[in-house]
Design a protein around this ligand. Structure first.
Ligand code: ATP
Length: 359
């Protein structure tokens, strides 16, 4: 097992800079998740660690050894892709044992290792089948098994669950987490699915446009997002963003007003007419009975069982706010409701750069 350290990694493809100045260190045995929208460079980072891409600049260490010029097959990493690419003519057992066979491990050890790995992934009853006789979920487990059986220093997983249906994806995600607890192999996992990122990661690396936006534990990224991009990418529903204009009465939200906290004022020194983006999570918004709060118009009602998710429009702004309500509250589409925003939980972002200004 090993730690993985990236120092200022950059990768250009002709004129396209796919990733720029990527630096982080995954300590030995941890599970890190790279997350971000499509095209942000996640796969390029992973492929560079695997040795399938060469960094244009920067240094990459695996287990404190500089590996920039060490070929992929000598890096002792195992990568699992979204299209698991099993060998179709081999049985499940042969697929799982393939890496060991290539290394001339003795047949008895291979057999034992294959059976142990297959059992841990619940594919031990399928060892004699060919990949064509397996479901997508089973094929994916076999692909994971093939990587695990090699007992690499580092696991690199690129959207390994994205071909599975929702239920199987949930189950396999839980199994992956248990497996990581058992094996303790340093793992770097790429996904655009924020639920996978939140549930699997020791630490999350949020990327956008080829750069790291924030690194942190899931809960800390959720409660203390570094900027608007992170705030609106992680969390379901994402953080609400309300464009406002500062006036001497407070923040103008269309033709309504929200008070501006003295601390916010002291910190930001806003000037009349200045624009900001306010951010607030859905759980910090509640429906209240009386006026003197934000008025919104209910657009969508999504019962979730324990509570109901409401999507409502801020009139005159065309901005939608998401918030939860008690499931016994009876609302209809088009209803106007008054909202209380917990201003202690408010974020203020620069409306142009998205940088966090407060808190
Ligand atoms: P996705 O989630 O859609 O897989 P990603 O975050 O993994 O996206 P990458 O595949 O790393 O993103 O791509 C990052 C950027 O680099 C994209 O703009 C992509 O078009 C570009 N890119 C990746 N590989 C190449 C290549 N071989 N040649 C040219 N550009 C590339």
């Amino acid at each position: 097992m090993a730690n993985v350290r990236l120092e200022g990694i950059k990768r250009r493809f002709n004129k396209v800079t796919a990733i720029e100045d990527i630096s982080f260190e995954v300590p030995d045995g941890q599970f890190w998740v790279l997350v971000g929208p499509s095209g942000c460079g996640k796969s390029t980072v992973l492929r560079t660690i695997a040795g399938l891409e060469t960094a244009t600049a920067g240094k990459l260490y695996i287990g404190d050894i500089l590996v920039n010029h060490i070929p992929a097959r000598q890096r002792d990493v195992a990568m699992v892709f979204q299209n698991y690419a099993l060998y179709p003519h081999m049985t499940v057992a042969e697929n799982i044992g393939f890496g060991l066979q290539m290394r001339k491990v003795d047949p008895k050890t291979i057999k034992n290792r294959v059976e142990t790995v297959a059992r841990s992934l619940s594919v031990d009853h399928l060892l004699d089948r060919k990949p064509g006789q397996l479901s997508g979920g089973q094929q994916q487990r076999v692909a994971l098994g093939r990587a695990i059986a090699r007992q690499p220093q580092v696991f690199l997983l690129d959207e390994p669950l994205s071909n599975l249906d929702a239920q199987l994806r949930d189950d396999t995600r839980v199994e992956l987490k248990q497996l990581h607890h058992q094996l303790g192999i340093t793992t770097i996992y790429v996904t655009h699915d924020q639920v996978e990122a939140m549930t699997l990661a020791d630490q999350i690396v949020v990327m956008n446009a080829g750069r790291i936006q924030q690194i942190g534990a899931p809960q800390s990224i959720y409660t203390k997002p570094a900027n608007r991009m992170v705030a609106t990418f992680l969390g379901s529903p994402p953080m609400n963003i309300i464009p406002v204009t500062y006036t001497n009465i407070g923040f103008a939200v269309g033709d309504q007003y929200l008070p501006c906290f003295p601390v916010v004022k002291d910190k930001l020194h806003p000037v009349e007419g200045q624009g900001f983006d306010l951010g607030i999570r859905s759980e910090h918004i509640g429906i209240v009975g009386q006026a003197d709060h934000l008025i919104v118009k209910v657009k969508v009602i999504e019962p979730l069982g324990r509570e109901t998710l409401i999507r409502a429009d801020l009139p005159s702004l065309g901005v939608q706010l998401n918030f939860q309500a008690n499931s016994d509250l009876h609302l209809s589409l088009g209803d106007r409701v008054f909202l209380h925003l917990d201003l202690e939980q408010l974020f203020v972002f620069d409306s142009i750069t998205g940088n966090k200004l407060y808190p």
